[in-house]
Design a protein around this ligand. Structure first.
Ligand code: SAM
Length: 367
């Protein structure tokens, strides 16, 4: 079937309804992910003059074709024969040049270091490709992870295995997933003396996406490691607290309600998950021909306005906890800001917010 995204048209096989099968993969639900990638690549090229882009898990080649249409010097890599055929057809069909490589992505990245931008978009966890990506990429690593259940602690052991960290299934699960992923990526990069700075990250129910600017200096890798730490979370009253550094110092009882139902997650990335200037620049480069322009702009606006530190709350979950009916989000946030606290919506969900008020202060002010 024919698929139109942005300025390109590609050919992909009919997809099985279950989403699982042998055919070359294409997921229309990821169009916004790809539209934002196009705007990120525009921003990155304007800022750095970078030229080369590796679509390491190419499938139909949709990411690579779209990057080539933006003027990038593209390599598409996939170990699947049919995928490689589709990539070839789709570059030709759009009259674009691109290098198509039938190879294991790790082998290719190890042998071809110095690509400006590397994009990882495998099935499930990207961690098997992370070591090679941080050695191969010169300046930007883009990563999608679709294994949201392991990342957010819903599949606990799988999360521990994949990410060498302890995820917990909390009421801020989407952010837990992002911070577990960033932690694992940062620790992987640091092994090669590479420091990372997340310039943009976003999470939906289906995937986590992040863009990491890289710096090949041991001192920057040290600074990256300083962004790691732990979050203690009380299941009884939803209180949380963070501990910076790689030495966990877990609470046995909740400092707020003295419950022992307090658990620790980490090491997590506790640093910023985006740079506001970068997000604003990307937002400006979301143009009308992008199919998800309206949704993408809305998402990027929310991210740019989001307080960027761990962790978010869910207003409905808190209201349930306190046994009251939820007031409107605007009223709730206004009550916090009028009391001198910071408060913002977040992109993690319609009823989510961040604040520097703790749960007791929130309850006092808003109920
Ligand atoms: C989720 S699909 C990629 C989707 C595509 N990037 C898009 O936006 O539509 C993952 C692809 O990674 C490929 N893949 C998995 N393991 C690989 C490996 N070790 N080396 C190269 N490609 C691999 C699969 O064959 C598959 O085509």
């Amino acid at each position: 079937m024919e698929v139109h995204e942005g300025t390109v048209t590609i050919e992909v096989p009919e997809q099985p309804e279950s989403g699982v099968g042998d055919v070359v993969f294409y997921n229309p639900r990821q169009e916004m992910n790809r539209d934002i990638t196009v705007a990120v690549l525009r921003t990155w090229q304007d800022r750095t003059g970078d030229e080369s882009y590796l679509d390491a898990n190419a499938a139909s080649g949709i990411r690579g074709v779209r990057a080539a249409a933006e003027g990038w010097n593209v390599t598409c890599c996939d170990y699947d024969t049919d995928a490689v055929e589709h990539c070839r057809t789709n570059f030709t069909r759009n009259d674009l040049d691109g290098r198509i490589v039938h190879r294991d992505a790790n082998a290719y990245m190890h042998e071809n270091k110095g690509v400006d931008v590397v994009d990882l978009d495998p099935f499930g966890t990207p961690i098997p490709f992370a070591d090679a990506a941080f050695q191969c990429a010169r300046s930007l690593v883009c990563v999608t992870a679709t294994d949201t259940a392991p990342l957010c602690g819903a599949h606990f052991q799988s999360g521990v295995r994949s990410y060498s960290a302890v995820p917990r299934n909390t009421d801020f699960h989407a952010e837990m997933g992002l911070r577990i992923l960033l932690s694992a990526l940062a620790r992987t990069a640091a092994r090669y003396d590479v420091g990372v700075t997340p310039v943009l990250s976003h999470v939906t129910r289906h995937y986590v996406r992040t863009y990491l600017a890289t710096s090949h200096r041991a001192t920057d890798a040290n600074a990256t490691m300083d962004e790691l730490g732990y979050v203690d979370h009380c299941e009884a009253c939803l209180y949380r607290t963070t501990t910076e550094g790689l030495i966990a110092n877990p609470h046995d009882v909740c400092p707020n309600c003295e419950s022992t139902r307090i658990n620790t997650a980490g090491p997590l990335w506790l640093g910023p998950t985006h740079e506001v200037d970068f997000v604003t620049d990307v937002r400006e480069r979301i143009t009308e021909e992008l199919g998800t322009a309206t949704r993408s702009r809305r998402l990027l606006d929310t991210i740019a306005d989001e307080i960027d530190r761990p962790t978010h709350y869910d207003q409905h979950r808190l209201s349930k906890q306190w046994g009251i009916s939820a007031i409107s989000m605007d009223e709730f946030l206004e009550a916090l800001t009028e009391s001198g606290y910071e408060a913002s919506r977040t992109h993690y969900g319609g009823t989510t917010f961040k604040t520097n008020a703790d749960v007791e202060a929130m309850r006092r002010i808003t109920t």
